[in-house]
Design a protein around this ligand. Structure first.
Ligand code: SAM
Length: 188
């Protein structure tokens, strides 16, 4: 991921001097406690056995007035992708067992979280949860063979965005996006 990012940055002169890439484990972030205006953890929690420690480490990096943005696999939608792609046996097994794990994009089994659990963890570290969104609700089961034209893509995007804020649609998104803000003048 760092190599890919480095390659992309090399083609973006307006950005490359403003970005610093650092390799570190989520439980060992080398940033001290100075605080960032935005801390994003996208597509990582699903590889961890529990989000608890990671959320604690991330929350302490959020400055007063800053936000924590987390994109995680949606525990409630486990099995939905399999059902929509016609793999009914796997979908049935996943849904009937109530598991919080299913095969992920990289061929690894990954773990889901609920937005409520993520919000509760963030609140436990002094952050105020904001509205959560479902992500990839209607289009997650489509692969690279789905190549819509620009108008169809934009219509699909607008549909996903509108549904992302609303239950019951957002509850079935493959991913959940939670946001939480640290109140001004409050330190971890
Ligand atoms: C699916 S990629 C997401 C990359 C990027 N955040 C994005 O949204 O495109 C998952 C990333 O999680 C990282 N990762 C997994 N476990 C981690 C851990 N314990 N600490 C830090 N990073 C981890 C992997 O190295 C990989 O770069």
């Amino acid at each position: 991921m760092l190599a890919v990012t480095s390659g992309r940055l090399a083609t973006l002169p307006e950005l490359r001097d403003r970005v610093e890439l650092v390799e570190a484990g989520i439980d060992n972030l080398p940033f001290g406690h100075e605080g960032f205006d935005a801390v994003c953890c996208h597509g990582v929690l699903m590889y961890l056995d529990t989000p608890r420690e990671a959320l604690a480490r991330l929350a302490e990096q959020v400055a007063p007035g800053g936000v924590l943005s987390v994109l995680a696999k949606n525990r409630r939608a486990i099995g939905v992708r399999e059902a929509l792609t016609g793999d009914y046996e796997s979908a049935h097994r996943l849904i009937a067992s109530g598991t919080d794990r299913s095969p992920g994009n990289l061929g690894l089994e990954t773990r889901g979280d609920t937005p409520e659990a993520l919000d509760e963890l963030a609140a436990g570290h002094g952050l105020t949860p904001l509205a959560w969104q479902g992500v990839r609700i209607f289009h997650d089961h489509l692969d690279d063979t789905w190549t819509p034209g620009r108008a169809a893509y934009e219509a699909a995007f607008e549909l996903e965005w509108a549904a992302s804020w609303r239950s019951p649609y957002r509850d079935l998104g493959h991913l959940v996006h939670t946001l939480a803000r640290r109140p001004e003048r409050s330190r971890p």
